[in-house]
Design a protein around this ligand. Structure first.
Ligand SMILES: [Zn+2]
Length: 413
């Protein structure tokens, strides 16, 4: 008797995100939006709809847990200036840098921003990324921060965005002479409007950015409004930001190129996830974060794209995973956990990035590159560009044969 709604059968190699070793010739069934069965194909129950997955690699839907994917404008001129030898302050003086992105976002309508976001999310979904965290932080005023967060809502149900309020991303030009007033605005004016639209709150805390004291106050006020705290920490210098964030219960501390032993010990003690951003490290020619010491201390490591136009124009989470092995020293298995289960934890979403009872029921069936065997390690070996043959989101087939099911009404969904 058929019990499940959907059966993904004969998956050549299936990794659930929890076990060390993948299963072979495995099946997954979904019923009422939940994972119902994972095991050998031979024992799989019947289902209303079956998809043959021979030759494919099954992984939990990937989670990109740190992006600035909602922006307008172009920073190509900055890039060209930089290659010609300009410093960051010279680029700023020429009208470039983050503040040019702020200008462009302020000039864009909510509708334009939403359609830009969708056009960036669609290829991610087709690559097996089923959840994307997106930060505000290019509005830097009550109205424009709210507009950014509103642009992240009302998306097609196939896309899952985790919205993060990042009003404390930079001090806008009009507040340069009185930054205290800007911090006050973030807390007393932006936060009340933005908190109901966001899940997480983040602060860029570093030398030259927001101070430790400012960051702590902003994060605590966000927590009081039910937001999950995150932090951009120790990218430029060791400031103690990661330890502070861990101590107040932040779910993650991100970047960490310059984290010290005290910071590492604090992350380990409080179970705070270290989010590593190899795209930014490579693009800015930074030092690598101390991965061996993080590993030794038992800190969970996530990897994200940090997709943004200025310091990490990297849209492909699979490439970020590969870079994390090459330039940071993660193992293949660590890199896979870093873009799935650990990334879910970084968002305070323990249901994401694994497959089983109680999980979000997101599954990507990846096609290996032509001529390669259907093995997990091949997906990390190659520099991204992977396409999912099928994607299940919340127990629902949303991509079939590489196409969005919602765009092809003849496919049963
Ligand atoms: Zn960032």
């Amino acid at each position: 008797m058929s019990t499940a709604d959907l059966l993904l059968n004969h998956v050549s190699e299936l990794w659930t995100g929890r076990e060390e070793e993948p299963l072979h010739d495995a099946a997954v069934t979904f019923a009422k939006g939940e994972v119902d069965y994972i095991g050998p194909s031979a024992d799989a129950p019947g289902a209303g709809f079956e998809v043959d997955c021979h030759g494919l690699v099954g992984v939990p839907g990937l989670v990109d847990c740190h992006t600035h994917a909602l922006f307008a404008g172009s920073r190509a001129a900055d890039f060209e200036r930089r290659l010609a030898g300009a410093t960051y302050s010279e680029i700023l003086e020429a009208g470039g840098g983050i503040l040019s992105t702020v200008e462009a976002v302020r000039s864009a309508s909510e509708r334009t921003l939403r359609s830009l976001l969708i056009s960036r999310l669609e290829p991610m979904l087709l690559g097996g990324v089923t959840t994307v965290e997106v930060k505000s932080g290019y509005g830097l005023s009550v109205a424009h921060e709210e507009k950014m967060l509103r642009a992240m809502t009302g998306l097609d149900a196939d896309f899952e965005v985790v919205p993060t309020f990042l009003g404390a991303h930079a001090v806008p030009v009009e507040y340069r002479a009185h930054r205290d007033d800007y911090v006050r605005q973030v807390i007393t004016e932006q936060l009340p409007v933005c908190a109901p639209l966001a899940r997480c709150i983040d602060v860029y805390c570093d030398r030259g950015a927001f101070t430790l004291e400012e960051a702590e106050t902003i994060l605590r006020r966000g927590q009081e409004r039910g937001l999950v705290a995150r932090i951009h920490a120790e990218q430029v210098a060791a400031t103690g930001a990661a330890a502070m964030a861990a101590a107040i219960g932040a779910s993650s501390a991100d970047h960490l190129e310059h984290i010290d032993s005290e910071g590492i010990a604090a992350l380990a003690r409080h179970g705070t996830v270290a989010v590593l951003l190899p795209g930014a490290m490579l693009y800015l020619d930074d030092d690598a974060p101390p991965v061996a010491r993080l590993r030794e201390a038992g800190v969970a490591m996530a990897v994200a794209t940090d997709f943004n136009p200025g310091s990490s124009p990297l849209r492909d989470l699979w490439t970020a995973a590969t870079l994390s092995t090459l330039i940071m020293g993660l193992s293949i298995r660590e890199a896979l956990r870093a873009v799935t289960i650990c990334a879910g934890r970084a968002l305070g979403r323990p249901d994401l990035g694994w497959l089983g009872h109680g999980s979000a029921a997101d599954l990507a069936l990846m096609a290996p590159p032509p001529g390669e065997p259907p093995e997990l390690r091949v997906l990390v070996q190659y520099f991204g560009g992977h396409r999912a043959r099928h994607v299940v989101k919340g127990g629902r087939l949303v991509v079939r044969d590489g196409l969005r099911v919602s765009r092809c009404p003849s496919f049963p969904g």
